[in-house]
Design a protein around this ligand. Structure first.
Ligand SMILES: [Cu+2]
Length: 111
């Protein structure tokens, strides 16, 4: 027997399981981009975590450009926009804003 009620209950259960697995996959931590700085400038996360850079400035666009060429350079993101990246490997990831190279930051990924 597979009534609509049971089917709905099953899909709700599956949604919860999916959400739980996403939640344990890693946290999202924010870096604010404002006043031509990355705040905090050095951010420490665990592997599997995601860093979300949020442009909190009033004007101007920025991007994220890593020293490690194996990592992609972000699109430009404007005030109110953000860009995020998930770090799967431990290590130190220095980056700059490709538009304003004096803006620097580091993501440190622990095991
Ligand atoms: Cu910039």
């Amino acid at each position: 027997m597979n009534t609509p009620v049971i089917r709905i209950a099953k899909s709700i259960f599956v949604s919860f399981v999916l959400l739980a697995s996403l939640a344990s996959a890693g946290e999202i931590v924010e870096v604010s981009v404002e006043k031509m700085q990355f705040i905090p400038q050095i951010i420490k996360i665990k592997r599997g975590d995601t860093v979300k850079w949020v442009n909190n400035g009033k004007r101007g666009d920025h991007n994220i450009s890593f020293e490690n060429e194996n990592l992609i350079e972000s699109e430009r993101f404007f005030p109110g926009e953000s860009w995020q990246h998930t770090f799967e490997k431990p290590g130190s990831y220095p980056y700059i804003c490709g538009i304003h190279p004096e803006m620097t930051g580091v993501v440190e990924v622990a095991e």
